[in-house]
Ligand binder design. Structure first.
Ligand code: HEM
Length: 401
């Protein structure tokens, strides 16, 4: 009986005592035994934990020892001062010294920078699941309701749902965004854009006619945010791209004249350009692509983060490392592009390279699972805006430009 009772925890003794009427001395010895067992278990548990911690520390030390090469940096601030006011350009210069996969310390943040099509492919395609998390810059972290965004949450189940909804909204809103009413009335005053935009979408939200919300099982509050995100992520990026296209065309009047001739030949000046006309304007599309190659608006993409230790091209990228992809440097890589610094839209007429994330030498929208979900909306907007600006120009105004 002693053997049986010894296996039981002390609390069961009350029951056992009633059933088998155990003697007080036996009871005391069982109690001591049980206490002893508990202590032994704790010691075993502690030593296992310590062993695990020690092993983990060794693995992490090894991972940090096998990082890609990079500048040594200063204590505490690391290489922050080397970034300057144009980090994309400074990082491209550093990559010429340290290689297309390099490590920097930005303050306390270990950062890996990919600066070639091959290294970008490793990060965004081969190991895209591991690198699908985000590091959130302090300035962004101050934003309220960050967890309701698509761009700044980790690539988990909720992110997938939100992203699907946002992509759906993008495809539905193209017509509204491109409508004459929106462009002329709403965009006149950027500061009122967010509120006005709520009005614009109000009937669709309220009725949920296309069952976007119901099918995605997100709350009204969460659904509200994609509209905000669409406008915040989409307006600046598209506007800056437009500015670069116009700057390049003013610098290259011959190319401007070619775009204009194409519009006059295909559409004329009697009616305004429509979205469906864009496919008839390959040279205009090539001009937009060439501008995005030289001037990707989000030149370092959004910061990615390693979710676990991972081997990349023989180096180890430790868990929680921040990963940047220099799309600006990649678009100007002389190994991928002939005369990389020249504005030559023709190069896109002859080749099938596009921005959809399959050609890693041209990734203005990123690639892999975190590729920009507003890509096709943005491209349609920029192409149509450009055509609408150039169509009314006459020979005199082009010559004056
Ligand atoms: C010319 C215009 C645009 C450019 C150049 C651009 C570029 C980018 C880039 C480079 C990324 C990061 C990809 C990565 O981290 O790997 C991104 C992400 C994102 N973009 Fe765009 N974008 C543009 C327009 C838009 C528009 C119109 C929307 C509206 C829906 C949008 C919504 C987003 C969102 C929500 C993300 C985060 C995606 C995620 O983290 O899963 N963007 N964009």
């Amino acid at each position: 009986m002693e053997r049986i009772v010894c296996m039981q925890p002390y609390s069961y003794l009350v029951q056992a005592e009633k059933l088998f009427s155990i003697d007080p001395p036996i009871k005391a010895s069982i109690h001591n035994q049980s206490q002893q067992n508990k202590e032994n278990n704790t010691i075993v548990k502690k030593s296992k934990k310590q062993q695990y911690q020690q092993e983990n520390r060794i693995t992490r030390r090894k991972a940090f020892r096998n990082l890609p090469p990079g500048p040594p940096g200063l204590p505490i601030i690391g290489s922050l001062l080397e970034l300057g006011s144009r980090p994309n350009q400074s990082l491209a210069e550093l990559a010429k010294i340290h290689g297309p996969l390099m490590t920097l310390k930005l303050g306390s943040v270990t950062t890996i920078v990919a600066s070639s099509p091959e290294t970008a492919k490793e990060i965004l395609h081969k190991h895209d699941e591991t690198f699908s998390a985000r590091t959130v810059p302090v300035a962004v972290a101050a934003q309220p309701n960050l967890e309701a965004t698509v761009a700044w949450i980790n690539g988990d189940h909720l992110w997938k749902k939100k992203r699907r909804s946002l992509a759906h909204i993008c495809s539905l809103t193209t017509d509204s965004i491109l409508s004459k009413n929106f462009v002329t009335k709403r965009l006149q005053n950027y500061s009122t854009l967010y509120l006005s935009e709520k009005e614009l979408f109000a009937p669709r939200w309220t009725l949920d006619l296309q069952a976007i919300r119901r099918s995605s099982s997100l709350s009204w509050l969460q659904m509200d945010n994609p509209v905000y995100e669409l406008l915040m992520a989409g307006s600046d990026t598209s506007a800056i791209t437009m500015e670069w296209v116009m700057a390049e065309l003013l610098r290259n009047p011959h190319e401007l004249q070619k775009v204009r001739e194409e519009i006059l030949q295909q559409i004329g000046i009697e009616r305004p350009v429509k979205e469906s006309d864009i496919e008839k304007l390959p040279y205009l599309q090539a001009v937009v692509k060439e501008t995005m190659r030289l001037h990707p608006t989000v030149s370092l993409l959004l910061p990615h983060k390693a979710q676990n230790d991972i081997d990349v091209l023989g180096y180890t990228v430790p868990k929680n490392t921040q990963v940047l992809v220099n799309a600006w440097a990649i678009g100007r890589d002389p190994k991928s592009w002939e005369k990389p610094l020249e504005f030559m839209p023709e190069r896109f007429i002859k080749s099938s390279v596009d921005y959809k994330g399959r050609n890693f030498e041209f990734i203005p929208f990123g690639a892999g699972r975190r590729i920009c979900p507003g890509m096709s909306l943005a491209i349609r907007m920029v192409n149509l805006m450009l055509a609408s600006i150039i169509q009314p120009l006459n020979n005199c105004s082009v010559a004056r430009l």
